[in-house]
Every structure is written in C-alpha cells, then in structure tokens.
Ligand binder design. Structure first.
Ligand SMILES: [Zn+2]
Length: 494
C-alpha cells in the first residue's frame, strides 16, 4: 500500500485561507507548478528559500508515493522593470548595460541558479520551461482571451479587461482584495495610458523601437506580458486543471491573481486547486534589499566572505536552518541563528553516524516508542509540511540514539532496521539534508592529493627520482594508488 493511502495530508490553501485535505485530481499523479526566477541577476537568497520550501513539498509528496510532475519556469522575457507594464525588460536592460545578447544574460544566470540549487541539494523540476520557448502558445492564449471578450487591443498591445472579468468572476479572490479598493488605491491613469482601467494588465505588449526582445504577432512586433507565461506553461504541461501552484508570497498579487484571471478567461476555469505560498526571508530583522545594502548572496553565505557573518556555512547547514522554520513563517537570517542551527545540524549528523554502529537486542531502558515516534513524524509532515515539528521529533530520536547502549540498543533487529530506514528517509529524502562533514572531507582529500601529485610531478621534472618514488611508495603503503595517464596523474583509494 503506498504511503499516501495511510497518510492524510492537509495543506494550507491560500485561496480559501484554511488547511484542506489534499485530494489530487488523478492520484497517484500530482501536478505541481512553481513560479521560477527571472534570470537577470544572481539568485536572491529569499528566492532560494521559496524554491527550497517547494523542494520539501516535492520531496514529501514523492516520499508518500505520489508521482509528481513538477514544473518550474524560467522567466527569460516579458518581466518589466516597472510592474505597471512600463519600462524596459529586466533581461533586455541588463543585456544593453553589458553589451551582451539577452540570451547570454539568460544563460549565465540560469546556470548560476542551477548551481546554487544543486549546492542546496534541491531536486531539479521535471520540466523547466522558458517564456521565450512558448511564444506561440502565449499568442494562442491571447487570441482566446480576446475571443472571450475579456481583453482589448490598443495600438499593438493587448490588455486584460479586469473590470469586465470581475462582472462575472471574483478578481482579487486569492489575495483577498476588493476591486473597488484596488481601483481607489491605484494611480489615476494619465492621458497617455492606453488602458481602460488602471487594473488592466498587458498580456501582449507592443515593442517600442529600443526594445531588443521582440516577436511577430497578429498585433505587430511585441512580447508577452509577464503574467501570461505561467498560465500558458502550467496549462500546457499540467492540463487545464491541476493540483498545486506554489510561489513566494510576494507573487500572490498581482501575478497569481492575474494567472487565475487568464486561466479562467481562456479555459473557463481557474486551473489551480491548491495555492501554496512561501513566506519571506529577512536579514538581521530587516527586509533584504539591494538598495539598502541589507543583502546576502548564497555564495557569500557559503564562503563567509561578507561583513554580515563571522564565518561561512555549509549549504546543508543553511538548508537545515530553513527547515527549522515552517514555510509559511517569516524567517530571519543572522549570524547567531546560523551558528545555533549549525550546532543542531552537527548533532543530528553525529547521531546518524552513531546509529549505524548500534546493535539490536537488550531490554529497552529508555521510553522510546518506535511506533509512536514514527506516527509523530508523519503527523507533523501531514500537517501542511510542518518541518520544524518533524525536526523536534528527529531530536527525540537523537536523544534515544545518544543514550542507547551501542552493543544492545533496546530495539529488536526488525525495529532497529525500521527505525534506521525511517530516520534516514526523513533526514535525507524528505528534508534533503546531506552530511556536509563527509562532503568536506572528500573535498579536502582531493586538495591534499592534488598537492602531493604536483610535488611529485615537480620532483620528476627535476629528475629527483628518490623523492618521486618516496611519494608514490608511501602513498601505496597507506592504500592510495597513483596512476599516471595521458590526462595527468590520478589517484584511487584501495
Ligand atoms: Zn509565475
């Protein structure tokens, strides 16, 4: 029996503002879409947290036995500097400033994003579609929305007609906003605007002569509006209705509200059944912002090369730190908080190493109840992916491991196997935590070996055969074989 049949998962649906039973449309299949990054600069740590939160969601659904199709897009066109459909394209602007092709910017920051995600041990999505790869589909959707009478064309641009849509639907449902309040809170349209209402948003925008990224369309040369790609690509890969849509809280309005409007206008239904939103990350109690300097890049966090931290932290430690907060809670990064997380993380990893040495048997002197403990772990995760509570239960297990007699831990052989398998599944598969100390050791050994290989190469170049033989023979004596080949010297451990 798959685990999802024994576990009733509840998740907090932003749409209805309450926890709801998760019932996928088509179990064991689950469709999940998460808004990805706009690749015009180094990925922001706040964005990393969002993607790591949804990595946890993806991992737990997979652990439960669901077959998840996880789609996360790359925004590589259409995201303008100004949210009010004005200004340059963010990628186009960066390309102009650096005299590069927009696609060079896209390539550079997409690779950078992937490498940071890999260091955080986040599993790549099943499909990672790009806006520029789906221009044809986006144009088709604009046509559909026009045909439904919910958009209008002005001078080569097409705008979504929000007040018209709101006559028969509830625009603002997700973010809890009322259209009257939205209108009164918006700037008056100046005489230059093509929009009929300040709430209307571009689904296709005419490219002015300086705009680099442009495509042909029935309305002339232009580019898709930013909100459109997510509606179009989620529908293409997950269907007109799908299970989960995730993203950062800051995307709830207007981005996700606009997605709902576009999906409803083009396909007759709002598409998404469960909306999940991750909370923000702050740094030393304040919002992260490039303009105030209160910001930290992932690389600075790992290397410690910043005045915000006294040292660097391994990606696994940072990941553990993030998992100690619920994804819907705000999380504050600080040197002290990271140091405390590092201690906890090292205790957990140490206990896992000890666990592998434990022997079954003996009478149990602790009050550790395996069945109850397992239930507690699943109950935590079934309650809207409550990783901090899960971690608290993992530390119940750590206390048991540390207190157990290694020669006879008090669990029977089958129970010890079950316990080991369960704790490893939660730590490794669900929380995605790797043993950073083991990884560090590997990297250091590589560096030390490279140094010895270089010294030996120099000795050989100097015809100092005594030294080069000594290095080779002494390494062989401790079980390290050197192999000289066309590509240079490599080593292997016996
Ligand atoms: Zn999106």
């Amino acid at each position: 029996m798959p685990l999802y049949e024994e576990n009733q998962l509840f998740l907090y649906n932003s749409l209805n503002r309450k926890k709801e039973k998760f019932e996928p449309l088509n179990a064991p299949h689950v469709g999940m879409y998460v808004c990805g990054p706009t690749v015009y600069s180094d990925v922001h740590l706040g964005n990393c947290r969002t993607f790591i939160s949804f990595d946890l969601v993806y991992r737990y659904l997979t652990h439960l036995g669901y077959k998840v199709r996880y789609v996360r897009n790359i925004t590589d066109a259409g995201h303008l500097v100004d949210d009010a459909d004005e200004g340059e394209d963010k990628i186009g602007k960066k390309a102009r400033l650096e005299s590069l092709e927009p696609m060079e910017i896209v390539q550079r920051y997409t690779l950078g994003f992937h490498s940071v995600m890999a260091r955080f041990n986040a599993i790549p999505p099943s499909i990672e579609p790009t806006a520029t790869g789906h221009i044809v589909e986006q144009i088709d959707t604009v046509k559909k929305i026009l045909a439904a009478g919910l958009a209008y064309e002005v001078n080569g641009s097409v705008y979504f007609d929000v007040p018209k849509f709101n006559e028969s639907h509830d625009y603002g449902k997700l973010s809890g906003r009322k259209i009257e309040e939205l209108i009164s809170g918006t700037r008056e349209l100046d005489g230059q605007s093509e929009k009929r209402s300040p709430l209307d948003f571009a689904i296709w925008k005419k490219a002015d002569p300086s705009h680099i990224m442009r495509w042909n369309s029935p309305w002339g040369e232009g580019f898709p509006g930013w909100h459109l790609e997510c509606s179009v690509m989620s529908t293409k890969y997950l269907g007109e209705q799908f299970d989960i849509h995730g993203g950062g809280m800051d995307l709830k309005f207007p981005h996700h509200e606009c997605e709902i409007a576009q999906n409803t206008a083009s396909n007759g239904n709002p598409a998404v059944r469960y909306w999940l939103h991750g909370n923000m990350l702050t740094l030393n109690g304040a919002r992260m912002s490039k303009s105030t300097g209160n910001t930290l890049l992932p690389q600075e966090l790992f290397s410690g090369n910043t005045d915000k931290l006294e040292k660097g932290f391994a990606p696994s430690v940072v990941r553990f730190f993030m998992m100690q907060a619920h994804y819907r809670s705000q999380l504050d990064f600080s040197n002290e908080a990271l140091l405390a997380a590092e201690k906890g993380y090292l205790r957990l990893m140490e206990a896992l190493r000890k666990l592998s040495q434990l022997q079954a048997g003996g009478s149990s002197e602790s009050d550790f109840d395996l069945t109850e403990w397992k239930k507690n772990c699943y109950t935590a995760m079934n309650d809207d992916f409550n990783s901090p509570i899960l971690i608290a239960h993992l530390f119940d297990a750590v206390r048991f491991i540390n207190g157990a007699n290694p020669a006879a831990c008090g669990l029977s052989q089958p129970d010890l196997e079950d316990f080991t398998q369960t704790i490893n599944a939660f730590v490794t598969d669900v929380l995605g935590l790797e043993d950073a100390s083991a990884d560090d050791g590997g990297t250091k050994l590589d560096e030390v070996m490279q140094m010895l290989i270089d010294v030996r190469a120099q000795a050989r170049a100097d015809k100092d055969w005594a030294l080069s033989d000594k290095i080779r023979d002494q390494l062989a004596a401790i079980g390290v074989q050197l192999k000289d080949g066309a590509e240079g010297t490599t080593y292997s451990l016996q």
